[in-house]
Design a protein around this ligand. Structure first.
Ligand SMILES: [Cu+2]
Length: 144
């Protein structure tokens, strides 16, 4: 009986915590073995999102979109890396993470559209590190 009451109390506490979470919507992209686990990300125009790059690989990775209208709210500092070629324009959207770490960027997508994301580390795009970020008015994937 005592155990059951404790379990009920815990369920209640968890429910309360879940109800209180008011942070931005979080979208996590995991990287392992030179590959994004998610090749398509769908976001809602005007809705704050935290895009997390979870780097479970042994080398540095990033997510970059050259041109996308966004309002950046906050982001982790980009870790040092030598992979980017100099003279490149900074991409509008960029988040990077060292091996075994996470990086994130919080932003608001301003316009609907389909945007190509890549890893800018040398040779990674050629190995398939690319995907599509789609911004729609309702945040749902467009019908095929
Ligand atoms: Cu990469």
């Amino acid at each position: 009986m005592r155990k059951m009451m404790l379990a009920a109390a815990m369920v209640g506490a968890v429910g309360l915590l879940a109800g209180c979470s008011s942070g931005p919507k979080t979208v996590e992209v995991v990287v392992t073995n030179m590959a994004y686990k998610s090749k398509q990300i769908v976001l809602k125009q005007g809705e704050t999102v935290r895009l997390v790059l979870n780097n479970r690989d042994k080398v540095f990775h990033d997510i970059s979109i050259e041109t996308i209208p966004i309002d950046v709210i906050a982001a982790t500092a980009a870790p040092e890396n030598a992979g980017h070629s100099h003279g490149d324009k900074e991409p509008d959207l960029h988040v990077a993470a060292n091996p075994g770490e996470k990086g994130w960027i919080e932003f608001i997508p301003q316009e609907t559209g389909t945007y190509h994301f890549i890893c800018k580390e040398e040779g990674h795009l050629e190995k398939g590190m690319e995907g599509t970020l789609i911004v729609t008015a309702d945040g749902k994937a467009p019908k095929q």
